[in-house]
Design a protein around this ligand. Sequence first.
Ligand SMILES: *[C@@H]1O[C@H](CO)[C@@H](O)[C@H](O)[C@H]1NC(C)=O
Length: 204
Amino acid sequence: MFRRKFTLWYGNTNVASFNTSFLINIFPQNNTHGEGLAFLIAPTIHIPENIYGQYLGLTNASIDNQTTNVIVAVELDTFKQPFDIDNNHIRLNIHSIRSVVSKPLTLENITLVPDASTPSFHNIWIQYDGVEKIIRVYIAGQPEKTSPTPPMPETPIIQYNLDLRKMVNRDSYIGFATSTGIQTQLNCVLQWNITVEYIVGIQW
Ligand SMILES: *[C@@H]1O[C@H](CO)[C@@H](O)[C@H](O)[C@H]1NC(C)=O
């Protein structure tokens, strides 16, 4: 996690929007992979206990889906749990490892972890509009680590109405969470950029 909190709104009329992008390489181990990597907005930098495997560093069996978790995550899921659509999807999670939206990536010609031991590089863009209260997520691969960053796709893979003021703490940490399970992978964030803009004088 970035070791400083971000203020996501202040007063009754000022709200943050943010744009963030990051480059990842999720690398298989022994020709298998699991479980995933998530961009995370959370109340603390401390990690709950028992967050391995399907809990992805986010929640655990006793606290999952409690509104007191105050977390929002964009998850890149590389392992199929019984409740998952497949082992190659992107999803939006609120307080829980169960998602409010889940989108398969195979149809988009994206494979987060190739089965052979070859690195793969994917860019993820997350744009939160605090005035419209919409989160948009985009993803695009690039052939090599040092390739130029491809343009952001025109169409988001996830677009969801989200009022962060109702879901997370006003002062929240932002960063990444990840886990391995019975299958393992290397979860690498190679670049990360975030800009936060405050829009003042909003009428809610
Ligand atoms: C999570 O909690 C909400 C209510 O807060 C409920 O509607 C939903 O079914 C729960 N999801 C799961 C997977 O238990």
